[in-house]
Write a protein that binds this ligand. Structure first.
Ligand SMILES: Cc1cc2nc3c(=O)[nH]c(=O)nc-3n(C[C@H](O)[C@H](O)[C@H](O)COP(=O)(O)OP(=O)(O)OC[C@H]3O[C@@H](n4cnc5c(N)ncnc54)[C@H](O)[C@@H]3O)c2cc1C
Length: 464
């Protein structure tokens, strides 16, 4: 017997919007998230920050777009929604059957339907020195700002993408402006992206927000380098990082206590891949994404995917996608007729299309440089197993022709992160060698659990 109508995995904008929509139509929802609070990436810890329990200034520097997420969090207070935090889903099976771990105890929950809303992760930015202490991703630094009010001081921001500008503006507002902004996009990329500009005008307010971020960075006098490439980081004896890069024909060198890198975000697909859903390569976004229809329905009966985990679209797209998926699930569970599904979803369909219209422009303008897709030989590719790009290339020379062979040969992707940090780089090196690899296989448990937890797992008889 199913425990609930819908299990939603992920309490980001997509998952929260879907939960409230489904609950309002009378469906019983179980919402699981491995984080200690609702919010996902964009609204992480928003309820505590709005309540000023971390830092009274945080809501000020994190901005209105951040605090706006609190209404989604408050909407989870609904008698039809059960929320479990610190609840890590590590396996999904047909049925649907969801296996999750909380406080060291794993359990199985059954539902009529599952919605995966597991969001995005930052694209790895591998270059010589990226694993040194003092080098981290810009998104990780923003997580520290949101959860602990830890501000990066004298940091250099390097890479590309709208999130880099947002974080720079948040740092400026917080009184910890970046020492420099080193951007990889080139004039050629700008010209190439310009054909997507007319479509992006449908999301004009988002375009203006981006321009306003650039204005704030300029007004703060942050030194900017553009067309940057050939990143290198070296650790100095005093703990600082010397970061060198080419920009417009010159080699530059900056000393910083903290180098924050970013090259956009990619769908987090470990769970969808491990559950057997087919994926396709999105050329413009440079990432694999699950194959779904316009409602987020996958080829597996009973499984929808919504939000950035289905393809990068940003928070507004994720909210609309979460609601669209919820309406379709409600229809499939006979809570709504087809006609009322179509009627009720009209506003969200419009919002989804409008919010998504800016994406091709952003994807083309801020595409990752080839040197991060297939980095120089000395670069560590798999951080868990300390495998270098040279070792991956050697494995290919010895006959490996896909990610699985590389994994069994040299253990790239076999460590605790299960390839989250190296899948795309191994793929990039394979592609540079002329191969056309399919997505790397992901297997349960997709997140580490203890053997004792597995041994004590009780599987309901009627789910076998
Ligand atoms: C580090 C980072 C910072 C970002 N910051 C911003 C920002 O400030 N502003 C902005 O506009 N965009 C930001 N983004 C982009 C952001 O991903 C999206 O715009 C938006 O949050 C997507 O919403 P979502 O609901 O699809 O997924 P998310 O918001 O990513 O939510 C997914 C949720 O799923 C949960 N989850 C994942 N796997 C599991 C599992 N196995 N078990 C249980 N729970 C799981 C996660 O804990 C998370 O709460 C950021 C992205 C990243 C990677």
């Amino acid at each position: 017997m199913p425990d609930v109508d819908i299990i939603i995995i992920g309490a980001g904008p997509a998952g929260m919007a879907a939960a409230a929509t489904a609950a309002n139509e009378g469906a019983k929802v179980l919402l699981l998230d491995e984080q200690p609070q609702a919010g996902g990436q964009i609204y992480r810890n928003v309820e505590n920050n709005v309540g000023n329990s971390v830092d009274a200034n945080a809501v000020d520097y994190l901005g209105k777009d951040y605090t706006a997420g609190n209404s989604l969090v408050q909407a989870l207070e609904h008698s039809n929604i059960t929320v479990k935090f610190g609840a890590t889903v590590w396996r999904l099976d047909e049925g649907p059957r969801v296996v999750w771990s909380q406080n060291g105890i794993s359990q199985v929950s059954l539902a009529k339907h599952v919605l995966l809303a597991t969001g995005a992760q930052e694209r790895p930015v591998p270059f010589p020195g990226w694993t040194l202490p003092g080098v981290m991703s810009a998104g990780a630094s923003q997580i520290l700002m949101k959860t602990s009010s830890l501000l990066p001081r004298d940091a250099v921001l390097a890479g590309s993408g709208p999130l880099l500008y947002l974080i720079a503006a948040q740092m400026i507002k917080a009184g910890a402006p970046p020492k420099a902004l080193v951007e990889t996009q080139t004039l050629k990329m700008l010209l190439g992206a310009s054909r997507y500009f007319p479509r992006a005008l449908l999301a004009a307010p988002t375009l203006f927000k981006g321009l306003s971020l650039l204005g704030k960075i300029k007004a703060a006098g942050v030194k900017r380098y553009t067309s940057a490439s050939s990143f290198r980081a070296i650790a100095e004896d005093d703990g600082s990082i010397t970061f060198s890069f080419d920009s417009k024909g010159r080699r530059n060198s900056l000393s910083t206590p903290l180098l924050l890198t970013h090259q956009g975000v990619v769908p987090s697909t470990h769970m969808s891949r491990a559950s057997g859903i087919s994926h396709e390569w999105n050329e413009l976004q440079g990432a694999f994404q699950p194959i779904t229809n316009e409602w987020g329905q996958t080829e597996l009966q009973g499984f929808h995917v919504a939000g950035d985990g289905a393809g990068i679209g940003g928070a507004e797209t994720a909210k609309a996608a979460g609601r669209l998926a919820a309406f379709d699930i409600l229809y499939q569970l006979s809570h709504l007729s087809q006609n009322s599904r179509d009627q009720k979803s009209k506003i969200d369909r419009k919002a989804f299309n409008r919010a998504l219209s800016i994406r091709p422009l952003l994807d083309a303008l801020y595409a990752p440089l080839p040197e991060f897709l297939s980095p120089p030989d000395e670069t560590i590719v798999c951080r868990c197993e300390e495998v270098t790009a040279a070792e991956v290339r050697q494995s290919l020379n010895l006959g490996a022709h896909g990610p699985r062979q590389v994994k069994t040969d040299i253990r790239a992707g076999m460590g605790p992160c299960q390839g989250r940090m190296c899948d795309l780089t191994v793929r990039g090196i394979l592609v540079a060698s002329g191969a056309k690899p399919s997505p790397a296989r992901a297997r349960s448990p997709i997140k580490p659990i203890k053997l004792g937890e597995l041994a004590n797992l009780k599987i309901p008889e009627d789910s076998l």
